[in-house]
Design a protein around this ligand. Structure first.
Ligand code: PLP
Length: 373
């Protein structure tokens, strides 16, 4: 087990502090339905993420569904990036929406503003846009904002991977009409399962809050709702982990620096990072020359007990269960998806392990180029 290196490792809180908080729950027997730990975590996260309002949910997927529902987008056409985790698309499909895939920028790997502009001109009935800050690398938020305003289109960011990122001096979750984040166990900050939705008006906040809890308050029923509440047990995990998050980001940054230094002479490309972004260093994505290299490298690393992940593969526009008319060609995303790999990254990855991963990767790639000669 010790020798196996996975792409990520869930951060665990200090046991004593965690159990002390759980003890409080045992005293009150209040384990869900907006208890004090959920409210406490909501306040703490508003501070940490630099946002005015935030609602905790039971995961990031339901947070996305709530945003789509409360923005009045259920059943409508939504433009989205094909280069993301499948949950972005799943939320759209569960809301009965029609996905319209718009290709990504080859450098940022995020939704291309130019292609979005053209798509909105061609399909004026698109009611919402759902870009993703992929790997926490910010989309071109200024351009997307202008385009969506000009077209009267609602802008919802999937910021599932962008916890703690800041852009142009403010929390990245402030951009767009809504943003969601995931607090899944694999994320930099987590609540085992969980997520949140951020909105920017009292009316949106109230609508989301009601929809999160079945759509009613007491005996008054306001709207269609669902059960998307976070439990007190999950909130306790978040409260216990939040104070160590800055340190975790610093540790991940050190892992990045070490990888960067060790991989300078390896034939890899990296996504471009905006100079306005304070990144969370949550992932270490690399682009290999082609799909064959990925498959061979993954196999060679797995033989050394190093388990990488193809984040994100396949491009979602190619999923077999989509209607044929939704499977439009997105050559840039398809190409990136065939070449992208995430290396193991978490705060307590040790230097000797980083050296081992970088050496194995370099050797596997060198073996491939020798094979070509
Ligand atoms: C980009 C993206 N969107 C949505 C989700 C869904 O979040 P969750 O697993 O909390 O439902 C995730 C993570 O799993 C994700 O990476």
């Amino acid at each position: 087990m010790e020798n196996k290196l996975y792409v990520t490792k869930s951060r665990l809180p200090d046991k004593e502090k965690f159990f002390r908080r759980l003890e409080e729950i045992f005293q009150t027997a209040w384990i869900t339905n907006h208890g004090c730990h959920v409210r406490n975590l909501e306040r703490s996260l508003c501070d940490y993420l630099d946002v005015d309002e935030l609602l905790l949910c039971n995961n990031g997927t339901t947070a996305l569904m709530l945003a789509l529902q409360c923005a009045g987008l259920a059943g409508k056409k939504i433009a989205l990036t094909p280069y993301t985790y499948v949950a972005t698309l799943s939320a759209i499909l569960w809301m009965g929406c029609t996905p319209v895939f718009v290709d990504v920028d080859p450098e940022t790997m995020c939704l291309s503003p130019e292609k979005l502009r053209k798509c909105l001109q061609d399909s004026p009935d698109i009611a919402g846009v759902l870009p993703v800050h992929v790997y926490g690398l910010a989309c071109d938020v200024e351009a997307l904002d202008v385009i969506c305003r000009e077209n009267g289109t609602t802008l919802i960011y999937d910021a599932a991977q962008a916890f703690g990122c800041r852009y142009a001096g403010k929390g990245l979750l402030n951009y767009g009409d809504y943003s969601i984040c995931s607090f899944h166990a694999t994320k930099l900050f987590h609540t085992a399962e969980g997520g949140c939705v951020v909105s920017h008006s009292a009316a949106a906040h109230q609508a989301l809050s009601r929809a999160r809890a079945f759509g009613h308050e007491g005996d008054t029923h306001y709207c269609l709702g669902i059960n998307a509440k976070m439990s007190e047990l999950h909130a306790v995990m978040g409260l216990s982990l939040l104070p160590g998050t800055e340190e975790e980001i610093d540790r991940r940054k050190n892992v990045h620096t070490a990888y960067d230094a060790l991989l300078t002479s390896v034939d890899l490309a990296f996504p471009r990072r905006s100079s306005k972004l304070d990144w969370n260093y949550a992932y270490y994505p690399v682009l290999l020359p082609d799909e064959n290299s990925i498959l061979r490298v993954q196999e060679a690393l797995a033989a050394q007990d190093i388990y990488t992940r193809r984040y994100f593969y396949p491009a979602l526009n190619t999923l077999p269960y989509l209607k044929a008319e939704w499977q439009v060609s997105c050559p840039v995303a398809e190409n990136l998806a065939s070449r992208a790999l995430c290396l193991p990254l978490y705060g307590d990855l040790e230097e000797k392990q980083i050296v081992r991963i970088a050496a194995s990767l370099g050797k596997a790639l060198a073996g491939l180029s020798l094979g070509k000669e």
